[in-house]
Design a protein around this ligand. Sequence first.
Ligand code: EPU
Length: 483
Amino acid sequence: MSHLNAGSVRAKRDGAGRGRSFTDPSRGVWARAARLAAPVPPHDRSMESFVIEGGQPLAGTIAVSGSKNAALPILAVSVMTDRPCRFRNIPLLRDVQTQVKILNTLGVETHWQGRTIETRIADDYNSTAPYELVKQMRAGICVLGPLLARRGEAVVSLPGGCVIGERPIDLHLRGLEALGAEIRIEGGYVHAKAPKGGLRGAELYLGGKFGSSVLATDNVMCAAVLAKGTTIIECAACEPEVVDLADCLNHMGARIEGAGSPRITIRGVKSLKAADWAVIPDRIETATFLVAGAITRSPITVTGGRPDHLMAVLDVLRQLGVGVTRKGQAMTVVPCDRPKACEATTLPYPAFPTDVQSQMMALMSIATGTSVLTERIYPDRFMAAAELKRMGANINVGNGQAIVHGVERLTGAEVMASDLRASAALVVAALAAKGTTRISRVYHIDRGYEKIEERLRKLGARITRVDETGGDAATAAAVGAGM
Ligand code: EPU
């Protein structure tokens, strides 16, 4: 146990509060963060901004990090086995930190070294994922299926409101009920309990009014892995992150077939072995960097991504007149002068992803002509539009659509980040805009992009993180992110 962080577990037993002592001052990356933290007064990360001087051409190569949305549910499978696990290629992000804190409260010891997280179950006294953590990150809900599968019960906070629109969890609950779980909502928490004799395999349909659900598929798949008998999930999400989770579980001894298609078949097993798994590259980050190259008309190369996960994004770029050449996994932007207008609609994978919609809206805002972006996953997810308008874009939003009339050039302005992907859109827009843009509340972008300003600076971007309170934002960012 020497290399693992047992802090959280001890703290819980001592009643010293949950999810704090993962900053064990003697070990690992958390340890470094804790030591750094000592001389730095508490820092309000919500006061950090990016200042971007636009119009600089970019050049060179940028490497893609591990996928946030694959890493979060994959880390949760650590509660499904009594064996130690190792997860690699984990991005150093605020959301991953939050997931680690949730796991710590559930009795999982964690040791984070570079981009590897090792986990081990110290105890299973607590199966409650608390509101103060789940409200910070909705993906905390993905511990529900794994906890129920292994411990027979789970209490997980309802995530609460979300800026990108209504995000219900009815499909998660419906799917788990089909496996025999008793579910009640009380005090803002989902209380789920397996029946006597454990969960039972079932045939179930998991589609909702917006089609499939990624995390509902993850939760039900995890629960079915340790259920008795066979489960068939119809209308399963086909996203590469679901496939990565299924592959990881199969590597641990699960029997899952069909992940990546709308029908997943899971034959229950009694127990799972240890995991040693590297998560897939982040397709949304890859797409964001390709858009950064396109909007600044720069032939940058994005390495370490999976072009096969990006076919719809590459197709929209092609329609806009932006080429992308491929050499193995490396993708190089072949920029055009001004993009041509086009239409794009977000839909579940393999179609164009909602998580790239805002960034593409930024690119469309300087196209020749009028583009139409239709949002079929989160019809209200157009927060980037109002801020892009402050930069001179001409966008009308209504009825789940953004009508983007291209303008010749965006201009720098003071804008505010409101969610993760809208922030990414503002960053790429600012890189191309004439003049200086100040983006406030960039803590949103730290949820999903690892040290984005440092990586863009290496491509020649003029971007700095500033602390509006006058402190040292670079140090504070390193401390806050535990990097
Ligand atoms: N939905 C329901 N009922 C449910 C669950 C979902 O009606 O029980 C609806 C949602 O409201 C939405 C649609 O189904 O209209 C799809 O939502 P989904 O459940 O697939 O979203 P999610 O699993 O909660 C993941 C990503 C999101 C990404 C969506 C869609 C993670 C951790 N999050 O969320 O990522 O937008 O899939 O692809 O995997 C992001 O990274 O910025 C982000 C928001």
